[in-house]
Design a protein around this ligand. Structure first.
Ligand code: PHE
Length: 448
C-alpha cells in the first residue's frame, strides 16, 4: 500500500460523525432482538450485572484498542495485523479470522434484519390490526417458514447494505444522526405503554433482583459473548472504522459514548418487552422471536397503533442497516486493499458471497427441511458470539498491549486531559481484559 493511497482513504466528516457511525454499528438487533431474550432466559438482574461487568472490563478497553490500532495502521483489520506485525503469519491468521467473523455474522444478521421490513410493511398497511398475543407466535412461525419471503427480504437488505457501501457513508451518517435518537424516544414511549397496560412490578422485580444463584455457567459465557457482539468487537469493525479517523478525535471519549448509548438501548428494550410477557403470562418458547411476537400484538391497544408499529419496525430496520454496513465494510476493504480490486467490484463480490451464505440461513427456519436440520443461522451465531469474537477480542487486546510499539500507541492518546488514562488502559489491555476472556474460554473448554 503506497502512501498516496493511505492519504486517499476517506475520512469521517467530523468527530461527531464518527461517534454516530460507531453507535450505529453497535446499536442494532443485538440490543433490541437479542439482548432482551438472553437476559430473559438467564434470569434478568443478575445476568445484567455480569453483562455490565463484561462491558466495563473487556468491552470498553477493547473498543479503544481497536480504534487505536485502526487509526495507527490506517488499514482494514487483516492489513492492520499484517502491517503492524511485519507480516507475521500468526497475526495475519488472526486478521483473517476477523474477516471471517464479519462475513458469518452478516449472513444471518441480514436475514433477521429482513424480518423487520416485513413487520414494518404489514403494520403499515393494517394487516396486523387483528393480531393477538395468541396469533402472533404462529404468524411468526409461518412467516419464517416461507422460503420465498425469507429470500426476498434478505435480498432487499443485502442490496441496501451494498448500495450504501457503494455510495459512501455520508448519507448513513446523516440518517443515523436523526433516526437513532428517534428510536431511543420510541423505545422509551413503548416502555411507558407496556408499563401502563401491564404494570411494572414484575418487570422491576425481575430486573432488580440480583439472585446470582440463578446464573448458570452458560449464562456467564453468554454475557461475555454478547458484550462483544453488541459493541461490534472482536472482528475488526472498529479497526476499520478507526482507520478512517482523523487524528484530533478523542478515542476514549468516543468509546465512552458508544458503550453508554449501546447499553442504555439494550436495557430499555427489556423494559419495553417484559411487562407484556409477565402481564399476559405469555409462553416465551420461541424466545428469540420476542421482538416480533411480544410487541406486534400490543400495538393494537394504541390509537393509531399500526402507524406506531410501522415506525418502530422501520427504526429497528435502520438500526440494523447501520450495523450491516459496518459488517460489510471489513470484507470490502479487505478485498480492496489486499487484492487491489476496485471498491465497487469488491463490494459486489463481498455482498454476493454473503448473500449466498445468507440464503442457507434464510431457508433454515422451517422453509426447507434440509436447511432447517443444518440450522446454519444458530450455528454461525453460536460460533461467532461464543468463540471467534471473544478469541478475536482477546488477541486484539494482546496485540495492542504487547506487539505494537508503545510510543505509537501512546501517541494515539492525544487528548491532554485524558493522558492520565493511558496507563490504566494499558494495564487493562495487557493483563485484565485478556485474562478475563481467557478464563471464560477455559470455562467453555470445560477446564473447570
Ligand atoms: N453490534 C451490532 C448489534 O448489536 C451487531 C454487530 C456485530 C455489528 C458485530 C457489527 C459487528 O446489533
Amino acid at each position: 500500500m503506497s502512501d498516496t493511497s493511505v492519504q486517499a482513504r476517506s475520512q469521517w466528516s467530523s468527530s461527531f460523525g464518527f461517534i454516530i457511525a460507531c453507535v450505529g454499528s453497535a446499536v442494532g438487533l443485538g440490543n433490541i432482538w437479542k439482548f432482551p431474550y438472553i437476559a430473559y432466559e438467564n434470569g434478568g438482574g443478575a445476568f445484567v450485572i455480569i453483562y455490565l461487568l463484561a462491558i466495563a472490563v473487556v468491552g470498553f478497553p477493547i473498543i479503544v484498542a481497536e480504534m487505536v490500532l485502526g487509526r495507527h495502521a490506517k488499514l482494514n483489520s487483516f492489513g492492520t495485523f499484517k502491517k503492524l506485525s511485519q507480516n507475521n503469519i500468526f497475526w495475519k491468521a488472526v486478521g483473517l479470522m476477523c474477516i471471517f467473523s464479519a462475513t458469518a455474522i452478516l449472513s444471518f444478521y441480514s436475514v433477521v434484519a429482513g424480518w423487520t421490513l416485513d413487520y414494518f410493511w404489514n403494520s403499515l398497511v393494517g394487516n396486523f390490526s387483528d393480531m393477538t398475543f395468541a396469533t402472533s407466535g404462529p404468524r411468526f412461525g409461518e412467516f419464517v417458514g416461507n422460503g420465498t419471503k425469507q429470500i426476498i427480504y434478505h435480498t432487499i437488505f443485502m442490496f441496501m447494505t451494498a448500495f450504501i457501501i457503494l455510495r459512501g457513508t455520508k448519507g448513513i451518517e446523516k440518517a443515523v444522526k436523526i433516526l437513532m435518537p428517534m428510536l431511543g424516544v420510541l423505545v422509551l414511549f413503548i416502555s411507558g405503554v407496556s408499563f401502563y397496560n401491564y404494570g411494572a412490578s414484575d418487570t422491576f422485580n425481575f430486573m432488580f433482583s440480583f439472585d446470582f444463584s440463578t446464573i448458570t455457567q452458560h449464562g456467564v459465557l453468554e454475557a461475555v459473548g454478547h458484550a462483544f457482539f453488541t459493541l461490534s468487537l472482536g472482528l475488526g469493525c472498529m479497526i476499520v472504522y478507526g482507520s478512517y479517523l482523523p487524528k484530533d478525535v478523542s478515542l476514549v471519549r468516543a468509546g465512552i459514548w458508544i458503550t453508554i448509548l449501546d447499553t442504555l438501548i439494550a436495557v430499555m428494550a427489556c423494559f419495553m418487552m417484559y411487562p407484556i410477557i409477565f402481564g399476559t403470562k405469555m409462553e416465551v418458547n420461541e424466545s428469540a422471536a420476542i421482538l416480533f411476537t411480544t410487541l406486534s400484538a400490543q400495538f393494537n391497544s394504541l390509537p393509531g397503533g399500526n402507524i406506531i408499529a410501522a415506525l418502530f419496525y422501520l427504526l429497528v430496520a435502520f438500526a440494523a442497516l447501520s450495523s450491516t454496513i459496518s459488517l460489510l465494510e471489513p470484507l470490502v476493504s479487505f478485498i480492496d486493499e489486499t487484492y487491489n480490486i476496485p471498491r465497487k467490484k469488491g463490494t459486489i463480490i463481498g455482498a454476493l458471497l454473503i448473500w449466498v451464505i445468507g440464503i442457507f440461513c434464510a431457508l433454515g427456519n422451517g422453509a426447507s427441511e434440509f436447511f432447517t436440520n443444518i440450522a446454519l443461522m444458530d450455528k454461525l451465531d453460536y460460533l461467532t458470539s461464543n468463540w471467534t469474537l471473544p478469541v478475536g477480542g482477546m488477541l486484539i487486546s494482546l496485540f495492542a498491549g504487547f506487539f505494537v510499539s508503545r510510543e505509537a500507541v501512546k501517541a494515539e492518546f492525544t487528548e491532554i486531559e485524558l493522558a492520565n488514562f493511558y496507563p490504566i488502559w494499558n494495564f487493562f489491555i495487557r493483563y485484565i481484559s485478556p485474562l478475563f476472556v481467557f478464563i471464560v474460554i477455559l470455562y467453555k473448554l470445560g477446564v473447570f
